[in-house]
Design a protein around this ligand. Structure first.
Ligand SMILES: [Zn+2]
Length: 258
C-alpha cells in the first residue's frame, strides 16, 4: 500500500474540522486491503461466476439445514483467512476517529472481526463474525479456537450439549438479527450523526444504501470512499476515489487535530 498522502478537497477539509459526530459504514474493500478477498468484483471470491454461485449456495440457510458440513467447510475457510489477517490502515484510522470525536458509530458488513481486533468499540457487525458460533439446541454462544479451526471440515459439536453448532453469521436467505437492526435504526435513523461516511463497498444491500440516501435527501453531509465509482457516487456530497487505507487516514488526521 502506497503511503502517499491523499489530497482532500478544500471545502471538505474545512468542514471536517467542525464535525463532532460521525457514522461510518464499511464493506469488503476495507478487508481486501488486509488481504481478505472480497466477495464481489475484480479478484473477488465470486469473480468466477460458477465458484461464486457455489459459495453463495454453501453460505445459505437451505444448505445449512440440508448439508451443514458443506456450509462449515466454506465458513471454516473464511475464518482461517480472517485469523491470518491483520487490521490495515483503514481499520486503524477508524479507531483514531472514535477516540477523537464525541460520537462514533461503525456499521460493518465484514465478517472477519478486523474492526474488533483493531479496537473499534461502538460497532455493529451486522452480518456477524465468521469465528463466532451458537447452538440452536441449548443457546450456547462462543468463539472457535484457532486450533479447532485448523483442519475443520465438518460441523463442530457444541461444548455444552453436543449438538451441532452453527456459525453466528447471517447466511444468505436469513434475516438480520433484531437487536442489531434496532441499534442500527437508533444510531442511523432516530438520532443520525452529523456526517455519514461509507467506505470500501459497492453497497448492494438496501439496509446499507438507505442510511446514506436518507442522509443525502435530508441535506446532511455524506462522503464515499471507493477506488471505483458506485451506484451511490452520484448521491453523496463528496465522492473520493481511492483505497480506504489511504483516504481514511487522511480524513482521520484532519479530524483528530480539529
Ligand atoms: Zn448446545
Amino acid at each position: 500500500m502506497s503511503a502517499a498522502p491523499f489530497a482532500l478537497p478544500a471545502d471538505l477539509l474545512a468542514y471536517l474540522r467542525t464535525v463532532k459526530s460521525i457514522g461510518v459504514i464499511t464493506g469488503a474493500g476495507v478487508s481486501a486491503e488486509s488481504g481478505i478477498q472480497t466477495y464481489r468484483g475484480r479478484g473477488g471470491l465470486y469473480d468466477d461466476e460458477g465458484e461464486g454461485e457455489r459459495t453463495v449456495e454453501a453460505l445459505s440457510a437451505p444448505t445449512l439445514r440440508r448439508d451443514p458440513d458443506r456450509t462449515w467447510r466454506v465458513v471454516a475457510d473464511l475464518a482461517r483467512r480472517a485469523l491470518a489477517a491483520q487490521p490495515g490502515a483503514a481499520h486503524t484510522a477508524l479507531v483514531g476517529l472514535e477516540q477523537a470525536l464525541d460520537r462514533f458509530i461503525l456499521l460493518s458488513q465484514n465478517m472477519d472481526g478486523l474492526h474488533r481486533l483493531a479496537g473499534s468499540r461502538n460497532r455493529i457487525d451486522i452480518h456477524g463474525d465468521v469465528r463466532d458460533v451458537r447452538c440452536e439446541s441449548c443457546g450456547y454462544r462462543g468463539e472457535l479456537a484457532p486450533e479447532t479451526l485448523q483442519g475443520l471440515q465438518a460441523t463442530p459439536p457444541c461444548p455444552a450439549c453436543g449438538a451441532g453448532l452453527r456459525p453466528d453469521v447471517v447466511l444468505f436467505g436469513e434475516i438480520l438479527p433484531t437487536a442489531k437492526v434496532e441499534q442500527m435504526l437508533a444510531e442511523f435513523y432516530e438520532d443520525p450523526p452529523e456526517l455519514l461516511l461509507i467506505a470500501g463497498t459497492s453497497a448492494a444491500f438496501p439496509y446499507i444504501v438507505e442510511p446514506v440516501l436518507r442522509a443525502a435527501r435530508a441535506g446532511r453531509p455524506t462522503i464515499e470512499v471507493n477506488p471505483e465509482e458506485t451506484d451511490l457516487s452520484p448521491h453523496v456530497r463528496w465522492s473520493l476515489r481511492g483505497p480506504a487505507g489511504v483516504v481514511l487516514p487522511a480524513i482521520a488526521a484532519v479530524m483528530s487535530t480539529g
